[in-house]
Design a protein around this ligand. Structure first.
Ligand code: ATP
Ligand code: MG
Length: 394
C-alpha cells in the first residue's frame, strides 16, 4: 500500500490548556529532526489540533516509521492514504481499494468512523459512516459491523482531501524532548548509563553527557565506544554535547593518597563534582546516572549516600529499582546493548580494590579526602580546562 501521510497521535497528559502549543511545537521539531536522515521529502505540520507528516513524492516507508518510533511524545503513528474528493461514488471506490489492499482476507469486523473538518461536505459524519459501511458490506460478504469492539476502525477524515487510515503503529510515548529542560548524563561505556539517559530523555529532557576517560589506562577505542553510545542515544534525545574529561591524574592522585578500599567511592565523588560543574555551566537542571541499588559495592545505599553528598543539583537515577535483566531488556530495545558489551576497559575497573568498602562512612571518606588537599583543586581545574567537547548527532 502506498501511504501519503502519517497522522501522529500524542498523549493528552500534561498538554492541556496554555502549554499545549509548546508541546506540539516541540513534537514537530523533534519529528523533523528524526526524519532528517531519511530518504524522502517530508512536510511536518499542525492542523486542527493534530500533527501530520505529509510525504511528498517517493520516500522510504520503513525508515520513516523507524524514525517516528524514536520521537518521544508520539503515542501512535497512523499511515494515511490521501484521496482527492471527487464525489461519493469515487470515495466509495477508493475505500474499497483501500480495504482490499489492507485486508485481503475480508472476514474481519469493522466500523467506519468519519470526521469532517470541512463542514460543507454534502453528507454528515453519521451518513458517511452508514453509507460507506453499506458499501463495504456489499463488497465483502464475510465482513461484519461491530460498533463497540471492531477489529478494524476505518477512519475517514474529510479535510481539503479525504484521509483514510485504520492502522496504529505504537510510538514510544513520553514527552517531546525540549519540553522539560536539560540534564547532564554521566555516560560510561556500560549497559546502564545509556538506558538511564534514554529514560530521562523520554520525559522530554534534553541531554548533555560527561565521560571520564583515563588514558593510557583506557584506550582510544573505549572512548570511541562511548561516542558510539552517545550517538545511539541521540537518535532519541537529539544532539548531545559530550564532555570527555581526562581523569587519569585525579585517579592516580587518589590512588596515591587514599585508602584503596575507598578509591571507588572517592573517585565517584569527584566524577559527580566535575559533571556538576559542566551541568551548571551549561544550564542543566540535574545529573543522571545509571546506578541501581545494590548492583555493585559503589551502589549500596551507603555508597549512594556518600556519592550523593557532594552534589547540589538533583541526581536522577531512573534505574534505581531495576534488576540487570530489566535494564538489558531496555538496552536491547533501544539498540545500545551490542555496543555496550564490547569489551573495552573502563576507568573504574582499573584502580578497583580487591575489597572495596560497601558501607562507607561519610565522615571517614571526608577525612581521607583531606589527604588530597594539596593538589586536588589544581588537578580538577586542569581536568576541566582540558576537557574535550564533542557534539554528537545520529
Ligand atoms: P554502566 O553500565 O552505566 O557503566 P555500572 O554498572 O558499570 O554502570 P558503575 O561503574 O558503578 O556502574 O557506575 C555507575 C554510574 O556512574 C554509571 O551508570 C554512570 O552513570 C557513572 N559512571 C561510571 N563510570 C563512568 C565514566 N567512566 N564516565 C562517566 N560516568 C561514569
Ligand atoms: Mg560502568
Amino acid at each position: 500500500m502506498r501511504f501519503h501521510s502519517f497522522l501522529i497521535k500524542y498523549g493528552e497528559i500534561g498538554i492541556k490548556g496554555k502549554n499545549r502549543y509548546l508541546f506540539e511545537d516541540a513534537l514537530v521539531r523533534q519529528i523533523r529532526f528524526a526524519l532528517k536522515g531519511v530518504d524522502g521529502d517530508f512536510h511536518v505540520h499542525k492542523a486542527q489540533g493534530r500533527v501530520y507528516v505529509d510525504c511528498e513524492g517517493d520516500y522510504d516507508y520503513e525508515e520513516t516509521v523507524e524514525g517516528l518510533k524514536r520521537v518521544f511524545g508520539i503515542v501512535g503513528i497512523c499511515p494515511v492514504v490521501r484521496v482527492e474528493d471527487r464525489g461519493f461514488e469515487q470515495l466509495s471506490q477508493d475505500v474499497l481499494d483501500y480495504m482490499k489492499e489492507m485486508y485481503p482476507e475480508g472476514n474481519q469486523t469493522f466500523k467506519v468512523e468519519a470526521r469532517r473538518s470541512r463542514k460543507q461536505y454534502p453528507k454528515t459524519s453519521m451518513e458517511i459512516n452508514c453509507d460507506l459501511g453499506g458499501v463495504i458490506l456489499d463488497a465483502f460478504p464475510e465482513m461484519k459491523v461491530d460498533v463497540h469492539n471492531p477489529q478494524i476502525r476505518l477512519n475517514v477524515e474529510v479535510r481539503e482531501e479525504i484521509y483514510l487510515y485504520s492502522e496504529i503503529i505504537p510510538g514510544p510515548g513520553g514527552m517531546p524532548v525540549g519540553t522539560n529542560g536539560n540534564a547532564m548524563l554521566l555516560l560510561s561505556g556500560g549497559i546502564d548509563s545509556p538506558v538511564a539517559g534514554y529514560m530521562i530523555s523520554k520525559r522530554g529532557v534534553g541531554l548533555q553527557a560527561t565521560y571520564f576517560h583515563a588514558p593510557p589506562y583506557t584506550s582510544e577505542r573505549a572512548k570511541e565506544k562511548v561516542v558510539d553510545l552517545a550517538k545511539l542515544v541521540s537518535r532519541y534525545a537529539g544532539p548531545i554535547q559530550l564532555h570527555v574529561v581526562n581523569f587519569t591524574d585525579i585517579q592516580l592522585y587518589i590512588y596515591e593518597k587514599c585508602p584503596h578500599e575507598e578509591l571507588t567511592i572517592i573517585m565517584r565523588r569527584y566524577m559527580m563534582k566535575i559533571a556538576e560543574h559542566f551541568a551548571k555551566e551549561n544550564g542543566c537542571l540535574g545529573l543522571i546516572t545509571g546506578e541501581s541499588i545494590g548492583q555493585v559495592a559503589s551502589q549500596t545505599m551507603q555508597s549512594l549516600a556518600a556519592t550523593n553528598a557532594v552534589c547540589t543539583l538533583p541526581v536522577y537515577r531512573p534505574l534505581i529499582g531495576f534488576d540487570k535483566r530489566e535494564i538489558v531488556e531496555i538496552a536491547e530495545k533501544i539498540d545500545t546493548f551490542e555496543t555496550s558489551i564490547q569489551p573495552f576497559e573502563d576507568c573504574c575497573t582499573i584502580f578497583v580494590a580487591k575489597h572495596p568498602v560497601t558501607k562507607p562512612n561519610l565522615e571517614r571518606i571526608e577525612k581521607s579526602e583531606r589527604n588530597l588537599e594539596e593538589k586536588i583543586d589544581e588537578l580538577m581545574k586542569t581536568a576541566i580546562e582540558t576537557t574535550e567537547v564533542i557534539t554528537v548527532k545520529p
